[in-house]
Design a protein around this ligand. Structure first.
Ligand code: AFP
Length: 313
């Protein structure tokens, strides 16, 4: 069941898509409330003030007002569901308990790449959803993941473990199905290299040279959500934010960024690794756990794992 972009034989909206797949009603409620939150967030992005909120998050990064606002919007909508046990936000120093008997918990980055808003580049919300009240467990135990991309179009991509599906926000601010069961090819012709190349290890440098020699094109915006979205929707390629000489664990956070994207890409037939281990198998050491990441086309990820294993074991 696919709507070609622009065609309107019938508009399958997000709630109907979840219902027709007989997803748990409470999980449907959480995903639907996140979709509702995105309406307020996209409105704030397009009309809100920019500038520093005067507070800072766990990592010492000054929080833009939009970061704080997006966090507050999501927190309010999640509390409104009545089924959330706890929420872990990248913008907060610790996990917040909402209802110890809640059915689901979420780990999220309310506005990843927020520093890109003032140069008018795309940003996004990333969410991982867990059963029960504990988010400090391997990502393979998530029951769902989604991201919302605030770009020229506002799109939402989700998976509950039965494929990865894309929706676009229409003029009524409802999400309608664009494509379902997205697939990523074994190899890709685009790559998104994060960090600074002069700090890459020999194996990572060899991997990027391999991609360039193969004719792969560099596609990097500095926003994790749009850069991953490009690999997913183009159905090919690899994103890497590797370990660097001065960042041995890389930059991206396991709970808020890597686990949800790894879940979505694996559901699309891709792979996600820290170079030695499947991202979704990593046991979090804490809510601010960071990991290097290589994510996208399965054979490309296997290639860099092989280079690391050969050159750096
Ligand atoms: P911010 O959320 O601090 O803007 O960082 C965005 C991000 O975590 C992720 O979205 C990008 O993939 C990555 O940083 C880009 O990092 P570099 O600017 O070091 O390439």
């Amino acid at each position: 069941m696919t709507n070609e972009p622009g065609s309107t034989p019938f508009q399958v909206d997000l709630r109907r898509h979840l219902r027709e797949r007989e997803e748990d009603r409470d999980l449907t409620r959480v995903i639907s409330e996140l979709a509702t939150a995105s309406r307020y967030i996209i409105h704030s992005i397009r009309t809100g003030e920019l500038g520093v909120a005067g507070t800072s998050n766990l990592y010492g990064e000054s929080q833009l007002k939009l970061d704080v606002l997006a966090d507050r919007i999501i927190r309010k909508r999640m509390t409104h569901t009545g089924v959330i046990a706890s929420i872990a936000s990248e913008e907060e120093a610790e996990v917040q308990v909402i209802d110890p008997n809640g059915k689901y918990s979420i780990a999220y980055d309310p506005l990843d790449g927020s520093s890109l808003v003032d140069v008018n580049l795309a940003v996004g919300t990333i969410v991982g959803i867990y059963k029960g009240n504990d988010v400090l467990k391997p990502g393979r135990e998530m029951v769902a993941a989604l991201y919302i991309l605030y770009g020229p179009r506002c799109t939402l991509v989700y998976s509950t473990g039965n494929g990865t599906h894309e929706f676009a926000m229409n003029a009524l601010m409802e999400y309608t199905l664009v494509q379902e069961d997205i697939k990523v090819a074994e190899h890709g012709n685009i790559y998104a290299p994060g960090g600074t190349r002069n700090k890459y290890s020999p194996a990572v440098e060899a991997f990027v040279s391999h991609l360039e020699d193969r004719g792969s094109k560099l596609r990097y915006s500095g926003g994790f959500v749009p850069d991953i979205n490009q690999v997913l929707i183009k159905g090919e390629g690899v994103f890497l934010y590797p370990y660097l000489s001065d960042l041995p664990k890389g930059k991206l956070r396991l709970l808020y960024e890597l686990n949800p994207m790894a879940f979505l890409l694996e559901q699309a037939g891709g792979a996600a690794s820290n170079g030695r281990q499947r991202i979704l198998d990593i046991v979090p050491e804490g809510i601010d756990h960071r990991e290097p990441v290589f994510i996208g086309s399965k054979a490309d990820v296997a290639k860099v794992e092989d280079l690391i294993n050969t050159l750096e074991s």
